[in-house]
Design a protein around this ligand. Structure first.
Ligand code: NAP
Length: 264
């Protein structure tokens, strides 16, 4: 794949999104960075500029469909995107001893993790297909491969992103648009640090971003890491479900409930 020169990244104000911005930052690269926290977003942009990249930032909530469409379409019209990375995401889980998630938290999470992803890529589908080039990258999760008893809505959101990305991949590649699904395990970020659990094969965000960048430059359909955890999740899918349920419920995991709510 030709190296992308114009790149859109959502969730660029923290964690994997910021690390991706820095992984791509270099002279001749234009980064369009979306986040909500102005200060952290500007820190990401300043670090990218220090590496020679041109940056443009916007404070946007990925749930805001109209604003996302307007900004992304305007940026794309002026400087067509070679690569868009739908990365912004949140997590939520079952509060201790609780048997169900707060329905408001569930809806807020789906709005960010699923509709936010749609709001990111939909404005680019037509333009990328029309020019017969471009790449869309979706940040899924190993938690999207098999439902976990700690975070039903998060797993559901990522499973949906996986299915959506896979469906688009089959459809868009005949139009010259490459679709890649990224399936990370534990990556040290504020999101991941909010979770209490054993975190096998945890890596830092810089390493994760480098793996993603390498995989995207090869046009890989799926970029899953770390491989041992990915394989465990794949095997868990084919083992008898109740055995896997029993196994998972042995683990001591606490995924805090998100404070995000659908804006009124
Ligand atoms: N870290 C892991 O172990 C891991 C594993 C698998 C998958 N992932 C996925 O990787 C992605 C990035 O997560 P991370 O670990 O880097 O988390 P993070 O450090 O908490 O960063 C999340 C980013 O998403 C942005 N974001 C959240 N809600 C948003 C909204 N409504 N509108 C716009 N931006 C929003 C945040 O921006 P603001 O802070 O500015 O709001 C922030 O930049 C997520 O999709 C996550 O599910 C992470």
């Amino acid at each position: 794949m030709p190296e992308p020169r114009t790149i859109l990244i959502t969730g660029a104000s923290s964690g994997i999104g910021r690390a991706l911005a820095l992984a791509y930052a270099a002279p001749g690269i234009r980064l369009a960075l979306i986040g909500r926290n102005a200060e952290r977003l500007e820190e990401s942009a300043a670090a990218a500029k220090a590496r020679g990249a041109e940056t443009v930032t916007v404070q946007l909530d990925v749930r805001d469909r109209d604003s996302m469409r307007a900004w992304i379409a305007a940026q794309d019209a002026a400087n067509p995107f070679d690569l868009a990375i739908a990365n912004a995401g949140i997590t939520t889980g079952l509060a201790n001893e609780s048997s169900s998630e707060d329905p408001e938290a569930v809806r807020a999470l789906l709005a960010v993790n699923l509709f936010g992803v749609l709001n990111t890529v939909e404005p680019l589908l037509g333009p990328m297909c029309a020019r017969r080039r471009g790449q869309l990258a979706f940040i899924g999760s190993i938690a999207g491969l098999r439902g976990l008893p700690f975070s039903p809505a998060y797993c559901a959101s990522k499973a949906a992103v996986h299915a959506y990305a896979e469906s688009l991949r089959g459809r868009l590649e005949r139009h010259g648009v490459v679709v890649s699904l990224v399936i990370p395990g534990f990556v040290k970020t504020p999101l991941e640090e909010s979770i209490t659990a054993a975190k096998p094969f945890e890596i830092d965000a810089t390493r994760a971003a480098n793996i993603v960048r390498r995989g995207l430059s090869r046009g890989k359909a799926t970029i899953a890491f770390p491989m041992p955890l990915y394989l465990v999740a794949r095997v868990a899918r084919i083992l008898p479900p109740r055995i896997v349920d029993r196994l998972f419920t042995q683990f001591d995991v606490n995924v805090p409930e998100t404070r995000e709510r659908i804006p009124s």
